[in-house]
Design a protein around this ligand. Structure first.
Ligand SMILES: Nc1ncnc2c1ncn2[C@@H]1O[C@H](COP(=O)(O)OP(=O)(O)OP(=O)(O)O)[C@@H](O)[C@H]1O
Ligand SMILES: [Mg+2]
Length: 240
C-alpha cells in the first residue's frame, strides 16, 4: 500500500467526461487528493489538465462521472458553493488585484471566511514571511514570484481543505519556482490536500506524493511520484 493510500482521499473525481461546446475534451478521467499530500496532474499541452480542474470546480459542464468531497457528491456544484465547502482554486491565468496592497488582497480572499480573520492572517503570514514584510506594497509592483505567493496566500485566507492550483509556477525562474513549491509543501504540511497542475514534470515529481498523467483527455499513467520519477515512458508521454 502506498503512503498516500493509508489515509482516505478527501476529493475524488471519477470517470469525468467533460468539455466545452463540441465533443468532450475529457474522456473518463479520474484523480484523487489526500489531506496533507500533494497530487500533481501532468501532461503535454492541450492534454486537458486545466479542463479537469475546471470540471472539478463546477466551471464547465460534466456530462459523465462524479466528483466527491469527503464522500459527498459535489458534481455540478457551482464554484462559489464549492469554495464555501472548502475547495480553493487558482486558475492558470494569475488573478490578483494589482491596484490593492498585499494586505488588501488577503482581506479580499477572506470575504467569505467565517472565522477570525486576524488569526487567519497571522497564520498565512507565518507561512509567507516575505509577504508580511511587503504587506503595504501594491501587489502589482511585486515580482512575478511574489505575485504568485499573494495569489496562493489569498486562496489560503478561505481556509480550504483542498487547494487546486493550475500551473502556480508558470513563467517563474527556477529559483522562484522552487520557492513556490516549498510553500506548496508547507501548506500541505498543515493538512490541506493539494492538487497541482504542473508543466515541469521533473520538478513536480520532486515534491509530489501522487502523480496523474493525462494525454489526449485520458488518464495514461498514475501512481506514487517516487515510482514514476525517472521512468522513460513518462518522458515519452510528456513530450506528446
Ligand atoms: N474555453 C475553451 N473552449 C473550447 N475549447 C477549449 C477551451 N479551453 C481549452 N479548450 C480545448 O481543450 C483542450 C484541452 O485544453 P486544456 O486547457 O485543458 O489543456 P492543458 O492540458 O491545460 O494545456 P496547457 O498545458 O497548455 O495548459 C484543448 O484542445 C483546448 O483547445
Ligand atoms: Mg492548462
Amino acid at each position: 500500500m502506498s503512503e498516500a493510500a493509508e489515509t482516505a482521499p478527501i476529493l475524488v473525481a471519477t470517470g469525468i467526461t467533460a468539455g466545452y461546446d463540441g465533443p468532450p475534451i475529457l474522456d473518463g478521467v479520474g484523480v484523487e487528493t489526500y489531506p496533507g499530500k500533494i497530487s500533481v496532474i501532468l501532461g503535454p499541452n492541450g492534454a486537458g489538465k486545466s479542463t479537469l480542474a475546471k470540471a472539478i470546480m463546477g466551471l464547465i459542464n460534466v456530462s459523465q462521472g462524479e466528483v466527491r468531497l469527503r464522500g459527498e457528491v459535489v458534481t455540478h456544484t457551482p464554484p462559489h458553493q464549492l469554495v464555501r465547502k472548502g475547495v480553493g482554486y487558482l486558475p492558470q491565468m494569475l488573478n490578483i488585484f494589482d491596484e490593492l496592497s498585499v494586505l488588501e488582497n488577503l482581506h479580499m480572499g477572506a470575504y467569505s471566511f467565517k472565522g477570525d480573520v486576524a488569526q487567519r492572517l497571522d497564520r498565512v503570514f507565518s507561512l509567507f514571511p516575505d509577504l508580511a514584510a511587503d504587506k503595504r506594497k501594491q501587489a502589482g509592483q511585486l515580482s512575478g514570484g511574489q505575485q504568485r505567493m499573494v495569489a496562493l496566500a489569498r486562496l489560503l485566507m478561505t481556509d480550504p481543505v483542498v487547494a487546486i492550483l493550475d500551473e502556480p509556477t508558470a513563467g517563474l525562474s527556477p529559483i522562484y519556482g522552487d520557492r513556490v513549491w516549498n510553500q506548496i509543501t508547507e501548506v500541505a504540511a498543515t493538512g490541506v490536500a493539494m492538487l497541482i497542475v504542473e508543466q515541469n514534470a521533473s520538478v513536480a515529481m520532486e515534491y509530489a506524493d501522487q502523480c496523474f498523467i493525462l494525454a489526449d483527455g485520458r488518464n495514461v499513467l498514475s501512481g506514487p511520484a517516487r515510482e514514476l520519477a525517472g521512468r522513460d515512458e513518462v518522458a515519452q508521454i510528456l513530450v506528446g
